[in-house]
Write a protein that binds this ligand. Structure first.
Ligand SMILES: Nc1ncnc2c1ncn2[C@@H]1O[C@H](COP(=O)(O)OP(=O)(O)OP(=O)(O)O)[C@@H](O)[C@H]1O
Length: 278
């Protein structure tokens, strides 16, 4: 009942109506799809006419050498590039039959659906509790029982609840780096997104914390569609279902992770995954 109330409250914010992403299209494959996407920063083309789709409830890894456009592409999926004045795009990204790059799209509603976690853990300088409820309060969720429930559920989801339940009102900045990154994921999950974008989420973490975040990511795909940028090819091979290899702003090859790593179609993919460049 409480969860239903929470969903209702989060799903229907008073001012967010265009477009209504709450309409669920079950079994629609792919969930999100770039079509002829080009992104430039001024005259510099960072993403060059890419077509790429992301199956629902699967993990897709974006790999490629530094500067090939992986983060630019990832950020376009929830319109984070909007904050960069020189960024310009053409093409489409289709989600729920809507081109999310369209000017009419409500970007705040989009970012609730398509959550993002960054390379460095970035908890707010607030308590653990207030980190989790930050987005919900923005959506005018005020009832304490709903907020409490969201905090417990999302911390349980990332395996942090038992570690922090006795210090929810202490600063999130006192957590370890690995815990902070799981808190960042929990904060995104509290908004009940459908898609989770992870931009090198373990590159600042030690091996044990990395393993925890990898295990968590694999568990989360039951409920979320996950797109992860990683420089760590073992990580891509361990956790992803699909991999896209980027080079110079283009997707050179995409396919199942198993196929791409064991039997790449393209010579450039083979050279990259075997460490000949990058
Ligand atoms: N804000 C920006 N302004 C101008 N150019 C940018 C900006 N962000 C990225 N670029 C350029 O766009 C290209 C793609 O960068 P991007 O960060 O997307 O690559 P990446 O593959 O994610 O790299 P890395 O693996 O090093 O993070 C690079 O040439 C980069 O210098």
């Amino acid at each position: 009942m409480q969860t239903a109330q929470l969903e209702k409250k989060v799903a229907k914010p008073a001012k967010l109506t265009v477009p209504d992403f709450q309409v669920r299209v079950d079994q629609a494959e792919p969930l999100i799809e770039a079509k002829g996407l080009t992104i430039s920063y001024g005259k510099k083309i960072a993403i060059d006419n890419i077509d790429l789709s992301f199956p629902k409830n699967e993990i897709t890894a974006l790999i490629g050498p530094s500067g090939c456009g992986k983060s630019t592409f990832l950020r376009s999926l929830n319109r984070m590039n909007d904050t960069i004045p020189s960024a310009y795009h053409s093409g489409q990204i289709i989600y729920e039959d809507v081109d999310i790059l369209s000017k009419e799209v409500n970007v705040i509603a989009l970012r609730k659906e398509v959550g993002m976690v960054f390379q460095k853990p970035n908890p707010f300088a607030k308590s653990i509790y207030n980190n989790i409820v930050h987005g919900l309060k923005f959506y005018k969720v005020r009832k304490k029982s709903l907020l409490d429930e969201a905090v417990e559920n999302s911390l349980q989801e990332v395996g942090l609840w038992d570690e922090v339940k006795d210090r929810l009102h202490e600063s999130a900045l006192a957590l370890s780096g690995g815990q902070q990154q799981r808190l960042s994921i929990a904060r995104a999950l509290a908004m009940k997104p459908r898609v989770l974008l992870l931009d090198e989420p373990t590159s600042a973490l030690d091996p044990i914390s990395t393993a925890k975040v990898e295990d968590l990511t694999m568990r989360l795909k039951e409920r979320y569609t996950i797109i992860i940028v990683t420089h760590n090819m073992q990580q891509a091979a361990r956790i992803s279902d699909n991999t896209a290899f980027f080079l110079n702003g283009k997707v050179i090859e995409t396919g199942s992770t198993n196929q791409l790593f064991t039997n790449p179609r393209e010579k450039m993919t083979e050279d990259y995954i075997s460490g000949r460049f990058g």
